[in-house]
Write a protein of this length. Structure first.
Length: 406
């Protein structure tokens, strides 16, 4: 008797082994660690950058992208089917009035586009979660080799993928850096950790390569059998320095997209960094010369209008020296000024964004521009002075902070 299931009951199985299991925590954690990155084209973000960014080509509005992200997250975390995902997608498109997206001209186009978004995010997040598992030291100690496994249930098997099936190579073989599944749109191949006894002294195949010219005119060399943009290891670059990745994107994108990305980065950083702990360490260890990256300037237009300096893409920094200076010099004055505590530094970014007043201040001794932010909260008035660092640094740094009761 044939199995009868509605499309909303059938979930995508990235493993390709016939079972519709819910994803493991490493997969969920990988996806949730990504930043929302508004983009116009699918190749605005390539290869390893997908380890740090969630994007849907053409979704350049922050609210639209966030709703799409929530929908994909439900599919990954709750085993939501493609049918249920499509219903959510239709609601999101209607809610935001999203028009002109690739595939919007027909039902078949919509089905194709939703399948691409659904399958690609589930398969790459699964692969990234598996990458973390495969590199677990305890597993590597007994199974240091990886076996390529082709999924024979796909409708259109790629000949090269079929030829790689069953091949065993050491986990550190360079071949895996460009051939770690998924290796293209709709690819459902996978990798399995095996013992040395399964290794037959095979050599990684050289199947040649092809050239791809992107929309910007740049030429890319891609291994044959791999779709453009898939020649990387999902999950291998989650430790890429966030500052380097995001700053490049902020500089590249138009101001509106830069601001949207700034907000998402700042949420990510403030949720993951113990700012009060940093301040405490700076006070305890007076030899500490670290600088903490708090986030990016969001209200760039306000500051530019004041000091005629483009703040787009500028980082907000907190130095150990500034913490020590502020906590030492801004003590109780016998009136309404209270001492600055470690916890107060956690509110610097919020005060910078939700200020009541902004004013120009005197330049520093080195000639750098400064400005003053005043923010009121909980019957307290916080006055913060920021220095605009040299153009090469593209950053502002907190110099002083005074907190007075109203």
């Amino acid at each position: 008797m044939p199995l009868k299931l509605s499309p909303t009951q059938i979930a995508f199985n990235a493993r390709g082994d016939g079972r519709f299991n819910r994803p493991f925590q490493a997969q969920v954690d990988f996806f949730r660690s990504k930043l929302n990155l508004p983009t116009e084209r699918y190749d605005d973000v390539l290869k390893a950058a997908h380890d740090r960014a969630f994007m849907v080509a053409g979704a350049s509005k922050a609210d639209l992208l966030n709703d799409l992200r929530i929908s994909v997250d439900n599919a990954i975390a709750n085993g939501e089917s493609i049918g249920a995902f499509r219903k959510r997608f239709d609601d999101i498109v209607k809610k935001h009035g999203w028009e002109g997206w690739t595939g919007s001209d027909s039902r078949a186009g919509r089905d194709w586009r939703t399948r691409i978004i659904y399958q690609t995010n589930l398969s790459t997040s699964y692969a990234a979660g598996r990458f973390k598992q495969l590199n677990d030291p305890d597993l590597v100690a007994v199974r240091p080799y990886w076996k390529y496994i082709h999924n024979d249930t796909v409708a259109h098997p790629r000949p090269l993928h079929v030829s790689w099936s069953g091949m065993v190579l050491h986990k550190d073989d360079p071949w895996w850096k460009t051939h770690m599944p998924p290796n293209g749109w709709g690819c459902r191949c996978r990798v399995k950790a095996v013992r040395k006894s399964e290794f037959k002294n095979e050599k990684a195949p050289d199947n040649g390569s092809f050239k791809h010219i992107d929309a910007q005119g740049s030429t890319h060399t891609v291994p044959n059998g791999i779709d453009f943009g898939f020649d990387y290891q999902p999950g291998a670059n989650t430790d890429t320095r966030l500052r380097e990745f995001v700053q490049q994107k902020l500089i590249k994108h138009p101001p509106a997209i830069s601001r949207a990305l700034s907000r998402d980065v700042n949420r990510y950083i403030n949720a993951s960094e113990d700012i009060a702990g940093f301040a405490s360490r700076a006070m305890t260890d007076r030899t500490n010369q670290e600088t903490l990256w708090l986030g990016f300037v969001e209200n760039a237009d306000d500051i530019k209008a004041l000091i005629d300096e483009d703040m787009t893409g500028h980082m907000v920094l907190l130095s150990s020296d500034a913490v020590r200076h502020i906590e030492k010099s801004r003590a109780f004055d016998g009136k309404n000024q209270r001492p600055v505590t470690d916890a107060d530094f956690a509110g610097v970014m919020d005060g910078l964004l939700r200020h009541n007043e902004i004013a120009k201040s005197k330049p520093t001794k080195s000639g750098n521009k400064t400005f003053v932010i005043t923010a009121t909260e909980n019957n307290e008035r916080k006055r913060m002075v920021f220095e605009v660092l040299g153009k090469k640094q593209r950053a502002i740094s907190l110099l002083s902070m005074v907190i007075r009761k109203k």
